[in-house]
Design a protein around this ligand. Structure first.
Ligand SMILES: [Zn+2]
Length: 116
């Protein structure tokens, strides 16, 4: 692969150029991340987390999804009743696991003082 900054040839999968130190695009060489699942959001939820989950799945702002849902409620499309759709999605979609609130502290190292 070629560094886009200095145009020199560097090894594939390099994160940084050897010559100029420019950061390389890591996404091109690595496989896409694990397939994401459509789940109810556990953190971005106003009612049941359905809109938040859809927003996370589509990688859009959850406000946009909620706005579309509100518009569907106000102006119901005969094929997609928003309330029924939300309820069915709430029933079907699994709840996303809660993210860890903070980085878990490292396992207590067995220092000589503690083992006494
Ligand atoms: Zn370079």
């Amino acid at each position: 692969m070629t560094c886009p900054h200095c145009q020199r040839d560097i090894a594939d999968y390099s994160n940084f150029c050897y010559f100029c130190g420019a950061r390389q695009h890591a996404s091109t060489a690595q496989p896409p991340r694990a397939s994401k699942r459509l789940m109810r959001s556990s953190v971005d939820c106003k009612i049941g987390g359905v809109c938040g989950g859809i927003a996370e799945y589509l990688e859009v702002d959850s406000t946009i999804v909620r706005l579309i849902w509100v518009l569907l409620v106000l102006m119901p499309v005969p094929l997609v009743p928003a309330f029924v759709g939300y309820f069915v999605a709430w029933l079907i979609l699994p709840k996303a696991p809660l993210p860890t609130p903070y980085a878990a502290p490292p396992a207590p190292a067995s220092t000589p003082a503690q083992t006494a």
